[in-house]
Design a protein around this ligand. Structure first.
Ligand code: DC
Length: 234
């Protein structure tokens, strides 16, 4: 029997590592809140695309910053809603247009600063009401919640991550053509890990978990063991 989580669990790593699925399941299993920070970057990217401004255009920064005020992020692991000006933008934020443009928008320092501040407020609110929260992203352990008592960095080879992403896309009714998915995984990895502000990397004190050979259930079992061992549930 798992108790309730106290404090923040930071879940970082590239896409296709199973991070979202295990983060949500961990939060649900421990009665904790859940925050998907990638969804926030995606929603701002959608606002940019809808405005007709190219993601690489300097004007994108202003559109994205204006959209921060319109953004609402739910923290319920069973139904994490993401709203832009009141409109539920899931699943549009998972589509290929947003996926292709999100790295450019999330590389803009002012956009990151605004979202990090918003994420820290959400984390403070959720820990006050729920006691604990599982937060997933790319810079949670390094920037957003550097004092988190548990930081996990999930990895997997490019091929395994592309295969998982492709299967997810096909399940959601998108093409998920293997060559294109692998190329997109490589492109996003390169952009996310070479940007100047908060590039994707494991925090020095993060526990790195290679998921190539692990199922979602295996990873979840390992995370549950870690939160128990560290005295984060009671
Ligand atoms: O986790 P995801 O694939 O939904 O994230 C979408 C993009 O947002 C990803 O390419 C990198 C960016 N991102 C980020 O820069 N920092 C975060 N904390 C979360 C996501």
């Amino acid at each position: 029997m798992t108790g309730r989580l106290h404090g923040v669990v930071a879940m970082d790593g590239p896409s296709g590592t199973g991070k979202s699925t295990v983060s949500r399941r961990l939060a649900a299993a421990c009665g904790a809140a859940y925050l998907d920070t990638g969804a926030m970057y995606r929603a701002l990217t959608l606002a940019v695309l809808r405005s007709g401004v190219e993601a690489n255009d300097p004007k994108a920064e202003h559109v994205a910053l204006a959209a921060v005020a319109l953004l609402e992020s739910g923290t319920d692991p069973d139904a994490p809603e993401i709203r832009l000006d009141g409109e539920d933008v899931e699943p549009e934020i998972r589509g290929p247009e947003v996926t292709a443009a999100v790295s450019a928008v999330s590389a803009v320092p002012a956009v990151r600063a605004a979202l990090v501040e918003r994420q820290q407020q959400l984390i403070a609110g959720a820990t006050a009401t729920h006691g604990g929260i599982v937060v997933e992203g790319r810079d949670i352990g390094s920037v957003v919640a550097p004092d988190a008592p548990l930081k996990v960095y999930l990895t997997a080879s490019e091929e395994v991550r592309a295969a998982r992403r492709g299967a997810q896309d096909r399940k959601a009714g998108r093409t998920g053509e293997p060559g294109a998915v692998l190329a997109d995984v490589r492109r996003r990895d390169r952009l996310d890990s070479t940007r100047r502000t908060s590039p994707l990397h494991a925090a020095a004190d993060a526990l790195v978990l290679d998921t190539d050979e692990l199922t979602v259930d295996d990873v979840l079992a390992e995370l549950l063991r870690l939160v128990q061992d560290r005295g984060l549930v009671s």
